[in-house]
Write a protein that binds this ligand. Structure first.
Ligand SMILES: *[C@@H]1O[C@H](CO)[C@@H](O)[C@H](O)[C@H]1NC(C)=O
Ligand SMILES: [Fe+2]
Length: 622
């Protein structure tokens, strides 16, 4: 397996080398050989520790909990071996501990190679797409206007974006409902509802303006629990790149009569700290929304590193060190945590290093990115295990079950996420039931008890729960599966090129300092030039996995592993079959999604399909 991967990697490199030789001059013109740089960076990741994992890390018999296995004296010995060889090393790319020791290094090297073999064919496709895009450069009219950017998507990205960007993303992006709907679908982790009894208003919009937008004053909206807020002021003082960025905060509101969720005002928090509203000129307001999106993209991507990758990584490390490979829970986690240790090294070499992607296309430096993500992991709640449970977290931001304001009329992330989340929870409940007759079996399972103590103790996982009941175990496993699938693929993977990076509305940075007065004449002055467009699309291509769509790597197949199931029990096999049927049904629904008579889908002027279980993966990958 390992040698196959290496052979494959070399082949892919050879293949890319050929493309690059033939087309070197084209790519060179586009921007100093970006694909080459990424290949170079991937090769720079240390995979020298890749070898067979020590025997203590494998087992292929039937899974048993320790109480069913009291005669197996070797079980404890194997755990001891794992504890000695799989240790907590310093963080790689920030966040929590990263695996060390012979076992830890071998596992992270294998994960890194596995990720590389996911990336390289996609990157090859991306190179072809970008060569074609560059060859058509005459068609984009020098990217002089906002509309010129739309032309980039005319059938050019056939490998990385085979179905094109999300329907509506090139035609409807100037609509306010488009912008506000983004907060409730592909980037749902920042917006919160203001609570009139505990929040304060961070800035004012005068009554006349607020009323002309919403029919109500800001304080009317606030008091009615229909005012929402997103805050990126913490980006104001980060180390800069050569590009620019504001540090926006913004209000959104729910209309009293229609229930529509719409933007109210955006403040830049840099330079002369302008406050924009929909009452400004079309150009000014469009630029304001783009400035917000630049901040939002920075947050969403770096937060996802903390919220998904880093959080599951440390929880899984604690599990590896405490659960026998014979334990069904570790069997399950080994399936779900595919490649999990490969992401941080990749983030370091491709994203964070000086001169890396972040420096080149974001508004802040790669170094700032790493510390920002770590700050979110350690201090800003993204790495908090229990408090980021799907519904708990949405409740804490007043987005569901809100006691001080009306329900959101549409909440696509929650709508789609809950279908998958419930199916995962149902599966995990059957799985846990099949091994644990009651809570006393949980407290009597020495390995499970050691896991949460390890997580809370030496692993320093943040806010990891004590597992004392069957429900606790169901919650922990459901959350880990949720983070690696629903949460991750909402923000990353195919979604980047399909939506959150789609130009002209979503540049990763501004290419001119935020204005000091209103009256912008050409918004395109703030957008990336062609070489940076190529880089932005290349990054999207690096993270996209169109080749894995409709394969056994997708969410539909989360538990669909004959080897895994044959070692569990009939109840788990039946639950896995039900999960797959339910996800197939949901996929049929999502994949057929289109605009209704009002030109909306889930109440949004774009069609969002990121969580189609035949498209989204069951594991994190990059
Ligand atoms: C959004 O764009 C699509 C075309 O891409 C169009 O059919 C639909 O009517 C638009 N929706 C709105 C609300 O304008
Ligand atoms: Fe990711």
């Amino acid at each position: 397996m390992f040698f196959q991967r290496v052979a494959f990697k070399s082949l892919a490199l050879l293949y890319l080398g050929t493309i690059l030789d033939v087309n070197a001059s084209v790519i060179q013109r586009a921007s100093s050989s970006p694909v080459d740089n990424i290949i170079h960076a991937l090769n720079g990741i240390d995979t020298s520790g890749a070898s067979k994992l020590p025997d203590a890390f494998s087992f292929d018999g039937t899974y048993t909990i320790p109480q069913q296995d009291t005669l197996d004296l070797l079980r404890g010995l194997a755990i001891t071996t794992k504890r000695i060889t799989f240790t907590y090393g310093p963080p790689v790319g920030g966040g929590p501990y990263y695996p060390s020791g012979i076992g830890g290094i071998a596992r992270s090297a294998l994960d890194t190679l596995a990720i590389n073999s996911d990336v390289l064919p996609e990157l090859a496709g991306s190179a072809l797409d970008l060569i074609k895009l560059t060859a058509q450069i005459g068609n984009y009219d020098g990217l002089q206007t906002v509309d010129d950017y739309v032309k980039l998507y005319a059938n050019n990205l056939e490998n990385t974006l085979p179905k094109g960007p999300d329907s509506g993303s090139l035609t409807n992006f100037t609509q306010d409902l488009f912008f506000s709907s983004e907060r409730l679908s592909h980037s749902p982790y920042q917006i919160r509802r203001l609570n009139p009894s505990s929040d304060i208003l961070s800035f004012q919009v005068d009554d006349a303006t607020a009323k002309s937008i919403s029919g109500e004053t800001l304080s009317d909206l606030f008091n009615a629990g229909r005012l929402f807020y997103a805050d990126y002021r913490d980006q104001a003082n980060l180390e800069k790149s050569a590009q620019f960025s504001a540090a926006c905060d913004a209000y959104f509101y729910m209309d009293e009569k229609s229930g529509s969720f719409l933007p109210m005002a955006i403040r830049t928090n840099v330079g002369s700290n302008l406050i924009y509203t929909p009452k400004d000129t079309a150009n000014d307001w469009l630029l304001a929304k783009i400035m917000f999106n630049v901040n939002d993209f920075w947050f969403a991507q770096l937060d996802h590193l903390a919220r998904t990758h880093e959080t599951i990584q440390i929880s899984y490390m604690a599990a590896i060190r405490t659960l026998s490979e014979e334990h069904p829970v570790l069997g399950m986690l080994n399936r779900l945590m595919l490649e999990v240790f490969g992401a941080q090294p990749l983030a370091v070499v491709v994203l964070f290093l000086p001169g890396g992607i972040i420096d080149q296309i974001f508004g802040h430096s790669g170094r700032a990115a790493q510390s920002y993500a770590t700050d979110y992991y350690q201090n800003k709640g993204s790495g908090s295990f229990k408090s980021t449970y799907f519904k708990t977290e949405l409740r804490s931001r007043g987005l569901i079950d809100c006691s001080y304001g009306p329900d959101l009329k549409h909440f696509p992330f929650y709508e789609d996420g809950s279908v998958i989340f419930s199916a995962i929870e149902t599966f995990m409940t059957s799985f846990v039931d099949s091994f644990y007759a009651d809570d006393s079996v949980i407290t009597g399972d020495s390995e499970i008890q050691a896991w949460w103590k390890e997580a809370q103790g030496p692993a320093k996982a943040i806010d990891f729960p004590s597992i004392l009941t069957k429900g606790d175990l169901v919650d922990v496993l459901t959350h880990m599966a949720h983070l690696s699938s629903i949460s991750h693929h909402t923000i990353n993977t195919n979604e980047l090129l399909e939506m959150s990076q789609v130009l002209p509305f979503h540049p990763a940075a501004l290419y001119k300092a935020p204005p000091t007065s209103k009256g912008v004449t050409n918004v395109a002055d703030y957008l990336p030039h062609f070489d940076k467009v190529i880089l932005q699309l290349l990054v999207g291509g690096l993270f996209a996995r169109p080749k894995l769509v409709n394969t056994e790597r997708t969410l539909l197949h989360m538990f669909d592993d004959a080897n895994l199931l044959s070692r569990m029990n009939d109840q788990t096999t039946a639950a896995a079959a039900k999960f797959k049927r339910d996800m197939q049904a949901f996929s049929s629904q999502v994949s057929l999604r289109t605009f209704d008579a009002e030109g909306l889908s889930q109440g949004m002027p774009f069609v969002w399909k990121a969580l189609d279980p035949n498209v989204a993966l069951y594991s994190t990958t990059t």
